[in-house]
Design a protein around this ligand. Structure first.
Ligand SMILES: [Zn+2]
Length: 168
């Protein structure tokens, strides 16, 4: 999903999860976004290949050869089941709040239905190359490409500010 949704889910979870310190709430929100932390790399490649920011289905197909290469390795790893499992293990060992790895897992759950074509999640990577194809690619959906996105983000921002001011 889009960064706004991931951010919002992180803020809501950090608000309702019991007994988190301020610092842990912030880390919880960061973990909701972490799987997409290499997005800048994809944007760079897209810009270089496209010369503009408006990614159409055709542009997307043109990029397919690059999107399948090494550039996608961090993305594929961070969107596989093993990334949250590693953090789950680390949380077990170091006694970190379980909400961190849960946030990572929830990020994958949100991405599963919203990644369809070339970026369908490889949940079982590196043991299997099989891609799971969701229902739509969120970044190609008109809602996420028009003014509606800003309205949607504005609503999420207002609710987030209220939650943080009232409960954090
Ligand atoms: Zn993602």
């Amino acid at each position: 999903m889009d960064m706004g949704t991931h951010l919002f889910v992180g803020i809501v979870t950090a608000t309702v999860w019991p007994h988190l310190s301020h610092e842990q709430q912030i880390i919880t929100v960061i973990f909701a976004l972490l799987p997409d932390s290499f997005e800048w790399l994809h944007q760079m490649v897209r810009k270089k290949e496209n010369g503009h920011n408006h990614l159409s289905v055709n542009d997307y197909n043109k990029l397919a050869s690059h999107i399948g290469g090494w550039i996608m390795l961090p993305y594929i790893f961070l969107h596989s089941l093993f990334a949250p499992l590693i953090f789950f293990g680390l949380s077990w060992i170091y006694d970190w709040p379980m909400v961190y790895s849960l946030m990572w897992f929830v990020h994958l759950l949100l991405d599963l239905p919203s990644h369809k074509l070339k970026l369908g999640l490889k949940l079982w990577w590196p043991f299997s190359q099989k891609r799971l194809h969701g229902f739509f690619d969120w970044w190609l959906a008109p809602f996420f490409r028009g003014w509606e996105l800003w309205g949607y983000w504005a609503i999420l921002s207002v609710v987030s500010v209220i939650l943080i001011r009232k409960f954090w």
